[in-house]
Design a protein around this ligand. Structure first.
Ligand SMILES: [Zn+2]
Length: 284
């Protein structure tokens, strides 16, 4: 394999000393509000059900305080999740800051944050049936906010202009266009980096490259959230299936994913988070 990253610099005499500096956590989350009402939710009323078909996406709406549950059905399957403020689609999930605040993968108690200039809680993970997995010997963990979403542009870039139309980016685009009536090219601009539900990923220790491995998810496993604000969501059943081999193709066995939305006994008392406290004057 050709060396794509040649080194031209010699190590300074104190290289070992510089490397030995201890890291500090960038954003200790200790000052954030303590997450409330965690644990498996009990529906208190009707359940609305949506199904993301294999290599396709579904949309759903959840009111502030409601629970939405994403469940594996039929076989191991990874899902790509987008969230928008239902009243303002320019406010959307911010995977980068969620990663900076909570880590490369999310689990019970972690919050999905919205983009700047909003930066407020959109949803809280209230239960994760895969929380037993932890971090494996390769550095892999489940439900990542490090991958972006499989998309036809990267596929074309890497595979001689190949045209594949069922990447999560395209599935989410079609689903959002269908839900909102926006044209495809308008909906596409609102699709954003995802939470990779059930996906098992990490970075290789030697080269720092993004890796995936077959998801440990099995039918019946689920990830549950409380909507903190009124949400429009979209979930794509990734063409990579369990993402153990490849994506951006029709090669891998794929399965549907179910989304259920319902009230709990806590829904009526839910308090929507305030907008971010920064005054937006930027020093002027
Ligand atoms: Zn995908």
């Amino acid at each position: 394999m050709p060396n794509r990253r040649p080194k031209h610099s010699t190590s300074p005499a104190d290289a070992a000393t510089r490397r030995a500096v201890k890291p500090v956590v960038c954003y200790p989350p200790d000052t954030l509000p303590e997450p409330q009402n965690l644990g498996p939710a009990t529906p208190a009323g009707p359940i609305t059900t949506h199904l993301a078909q294999p290599r396709d996406a579904t949309t759903f709406r959840a009111k502030a305080g409601q629970t939405f549950r994403i469940t594996s059905v039929d076989g191991p399957q990874v899902g790509d999740l987008n969230l928008w403020n239902a009243a303002d689609l320019t406010e959307r999930f911010f995977s980068g800051k969620t990663r900076a605040l909570h880590g490369t993968h999310v689990t019970t108690g972690d919050v999905l944050w919205s983009n700047l200039p909003h930066l407020r809680a959109m949803a809280t993970v209230t239960h994760d049936s895969l929380d037993w997995y932890g971090i494996d010997e390769y550095g892999g963990a489940v439900h990542d906010v490090i991958g972006t979403r499989c998309d036809p542009y990267t596929n074309a870039l890497l595979h001689s202009g190949d045209q594949y139309h069922h990447c999560c980016h395209s599935n989410l685009t079609r689903a959002l266009a269908d839900e909102t009536g926006l044209p495809l090219d308008g909906a596409e601009l609102l699709v954003h980096d995802v939470l990779n539900v059930f996906m098992c990923t990490g970075f290789t220790r030697d080269t720092g490259q993004y890796f995936m491995k077959a998801s440990p998810v099995r039918p019946g496993d689920y990830l549950e959230f409380r909507a903190e604000i009124d949400l429009l969501g979209a979930l794509s059943a990734c063409p990579g299936g369990d993402c153990g081999a490849e994506h951006s193709s029709d090669t891998t066995r794929c399965y549907p994913l179910r989304v259920e939305v319902f009230d709990t006994t806590h829904t009526a008392a839910h308090v929507t988070p305030f907008p971010n406290a920064y005054d937006r004057t930027h020093g002027r």
